[in-house]
Design a protein around this ligand. Structure first.
Ligand SMILES: [Zn+2]
Length: 283
């Protein structure tokens, strides 16, 4: 039997992507978006490298989920062996269910406040931090915890170096590829949303073709390892009830931070899908 794999994708963790406003957003959204099409190509070719690696190791069915708000995958450039989910309407865990044998990430950035990251944020640059039962998580962790609840192993991830460290800390054994390394050395917790957007723009990148070759080879190795010794991919273990705590930066300097708490008696997926009702933190 061949393997069925879901690849979650994002843009900010791709080699060659310089910033958010020019490379990750289209002009229609009010951003300059000068290199958005090139950004989509850079992401899609990294995704294709992962698809090639997974297919070499026996993947039979691959669903690529475009997890970037404005869309990051160029449909015409995507490897025709994969199908593409566009549009984010189903909530967590998007299209992931127990029928998948593994989940992987390409182009993923680190969570908000990560040191040495590139374009780090969680959902939006307004998040200071989000945690589940006291474990700080980013966008990787949100899906990885859902996958663990469903019993689907997280086997591979590519993005910036800080993302790779974050993934390995939450899911020991996951195989990662760092395609760039952020040059910023401070978390920037004191910054408001607008200032934080410009906090970590510097990075040293691999050449995109070098990054793709590494992604292809390590994705192949990850799926081969899943076949040979699935126990090498661990799953984060949390016990219910599940509390999500999210702290938001002020939009403008001088405003207070906001906090939201949500509690679910039995499900991580459940708590991640609960609505937000933030209120100011008293000083
Ligand atoms: Zn993202």
């Amino acid at each position: 039997m061949g393997f069925k794999i879901l690849i979650m994708t994002d843009m900010e963790g791709v080699a060659g992507i310089l910033d958010h406003d020019n490379w990750c957003q289209p002009p229609e959204r009010g951003y300059p978006g000068r290199y958005y099409d090139l950004g989509r190509e850079l992401l899609t070719r990294e995704v294709n490298a992962a698809i090639e690696g997974f297919c070499r190791a026996g993947a039979e069915e691959i669903l690529v989920v475009d997890g970037h708000g404005a869309g990051g995958i160029h449909p015409l450039l995507l490897d025709r062996r994969a199908q593409l989910l566009r549009g984010w309407s189903a909530g967590w865990p998007s299209a992931l269910d127990k029928s998948f044998d593994a989940v992987a990430w390409v182009g993923q950035h680190a969570k908000a406040g990560s040191v040495g990251a590139h374009l780090a944020h969680t959902q939006w640059f307004s998040y200071l931090d989000q945690s589940i039962n006291g474990i700080s998580i980013g966008e990787f962790g949100e899906l990885a915890l859902c996958a663990a609840e469903l019993g689907v192993p997280a086997i591979f991830g590519s993005g910036d170096e800080a993302f790779c460290k974050e993934a390995q800390a939450l899911v020991p054994g996951i195989i990662t590829v760092a395609v760039k390394k952020g040059t910023q050395t401070k978390p920037g917790d004191e910054l408001d949303t607008k200032a934080y957007m410009r906090h970590n723009l510097g990075a040293i990148h691999l050449h995109p073709e070098v990054a793709r070759a590494a992604i292809r080879d390590r994705a192949e190795a990850a799926l081969a390892l899943l076949r040979e010794s699935p126990e090498s991919f661990q799953m984060p273990k949390l016990a219910p009830p599940y509390e999500r705590v999210t702290v938001f930066r002020p939009d403008e300097p001088g405003q207070p931070r906001q906090i939201d708490r949500a509690l679910h008696p039995s499900s991580i997926i459940g708590v991640l899908n609960m609505p937000f009702h933030p209120h100011p933190i008293e000083k």
